[in-house]
Design a protein around this ligand. Structure first.
Ligand code: UD1
Ligand code: UDP
Length: 404
């Protein structure tokens, strides 16, 4: 094999976290020239991740505009990326997931007749407006993609049922690669834990920690008002602390701070750097989220999750019983939270650690395929036979333990 030139393109926090282990693996591969282009769809939240993983982009399009519209962003990505594609002529462009960056970059490469590799291919809700616009974005990329890196057998089945043309490889999700490295580092270093805990010294250790994230467009307006009402009612309990690192989108910041600000046991930091967030995830009792990545991370750490969406493209943890879909109705959120807070037996059922999303080798499999080596595809069943490893977050709960 001659030298391959690869261009990885991403622009938001979750893409950066999930592409980072792959970018690091590509950099170690002698036959590959690996270039990174960030669109800057996110700025502060992206830079937090680039700094943590030590990634210095070769190109930074710097496209974030406050409260940017989807069309303005999409147009800007096409315009700014095209000269780079033309000048660099990579053999393969890698994009991740379902963001506007991924969709526009994938199409721009397709227009230039450059092969596209889609990391985290095949996730579906089959509801075009949930999540919006992500369901459309990932379908577009899967239609255009030549190499489709599906994280699970389920996502492969979705692609097969759509008769896509690209080659499908089941790899596991790279989010687990990043999580394993990070949780191992936190577990091994007491001084690091103390440093990460310092900004949260006000949290009462005798109370249960509820960790919240929420930022989906389809929940703007009434959905967020409901989520905040439910959190306000939950915060009246004397036995909980709530931490909600608030996404920088003004449509999220405004309503959340207005509804929840000024309560002693509700903490609303801005977006946390990845390491700090992973530490809080390790300390959490339950997690309320509409995030994709957090839905994958929390079950891996044995943290029960209330998913504040009507449908999810990540049904694996739902089927395994680690997740409750609560949507954005106040009563549903409260009922599920109370079940987990007040019924220890129910909590124990939800808190078994499972890893249907990956085994930490996703990036290696993707690199193997790109380099033309045989790939041992990821199987959640195969990881079940791996004995529970000694890897544990500092709170003592096991991680990466599979269950039937
Ligand atoms: C985007 C993705 C979504 C992903 C989410 C992860 C699309 C359509 N949506 O949504 O799939 O789950 O990122 O976080 O691609 N902002 C800042 N600083 C930042 C980031 C955002 O100020 O570092 C503000 C800006 O005003 C920006 C706004 O948030 O205009 C919205 O950002 P945008 O990337 O359009 O959408 P997200 O809601 O972040
Ligand atoms: N995350 C983080 N800081 C935070 C909240 C989340 O680093 O304050 C990480 C989290 O560990 C996960 C990812 O961000 O890996 C999820 O990103 P996000 O919720 O923005 O997007 P989604 O996964 O919904 O696309």
């Amino acid at each position: 094999m001659g030298t391959l030139k690869l261009l990885s393109i991403f622009g938001t926090r979750p893409e950066a976290i999930k592409m980072a282990p792959l970018v690091q693996a590509l950099a170690r591969e002698p036959g590959i020239v690996s270039l990174v282009c960030v669109t800057g769809q996110h700025r502060e939240m992206l830079d937090q991740v680039l700094g943590f993983f030590g990634i210095e982009p070769d190109f930074d399009l710097k496209l974030m505009v406050r409260n940017q519209s989807l069309n303005a962003l999409t147009g800007a990505i096409f315009t700014a990326l095209d000269p780079i594609l033309e000048a660099e002529r990579p053999d393969l462009v890698l994009v991740h997931g379902d963001t506007t960056t991924a969709m526009a970059a994938g199409l721009a490469a397709f227009h230039r007749r450059i092969r596209v590799g889609h990391v985290e291919a095949g996730l579906r809700t089959y509801h075009m407006d949930r999540p919006f616009p992500e369901e459309l974005n990932r379908r577009v990329i899967d239609v255009a993609g030549a190499l489709l890196f599906a994280p699970t057998a389920r996502s492969k089945d979705n692609l097969l049922s759509e008769h896509v043309e690209g080659e499908i490889v089941v790899t596991g999700n790279t989010v687990i690669d990043a999580l394993q490295v990070t949780q191992t580092r936190i577990a091994a270093d007491a001084a690091l834990r103390a440093r990460l805990d310092a900004p949260f010294a006000a949290l009462d250790p005798d109370k249960r920690l509820i960790l919240v994230t929420g930022h989906r467009r389809e929940s703007f307006g009434e959905g967020f008002r409901n989520i905040c009402t439910a959190l306000r009612i939950l915060s009246e309990r004397k036995d909980v602390e709530i931490v909600y690192p608030v996404h920088l989108n003004p449509n999220v910041q405004g309503p959340v701070r207005e509804a929840l600000g000024g309560r002693a046991n509700v903490h609303l930091p801005g977006p946390l750097d990845y390491l700090s967030f992973q530490r809080l995830l390790g300390r959490a009792h339950i997690v309320l989220t509409d995030s994709g990545g957090v839905q994958e991370e929390a079950p891996t750490l044995g943290k029960p999750v209330l998913v504040m969406r009507e449908v999810t493209e990540r049904p694996e943890a739902l089927d395994a019983g680690a997740v409750i879909l609560v949507g954005t109705e106040v009563e549903k959120i409260l009922a599920a939270a109370r079940l987990l807070l007040d019924d220890d037996a129910a909590y124990a059922r939800f808190a078994e650690c499972i890893n249907p999303y990956g085994d930490g080798d996703a990036s290696r499999r993707i690199v193997d395929r790109i380099c033309g080596r045989p790939v041992d595809e990821f199987s959640a069943n195969a990881t079940k036979s791996k004995a529970a490893p000694t890897l544990r977050p500092a709170d003592g709960s096991p991680i990466m333990v599979a269950r039937d």
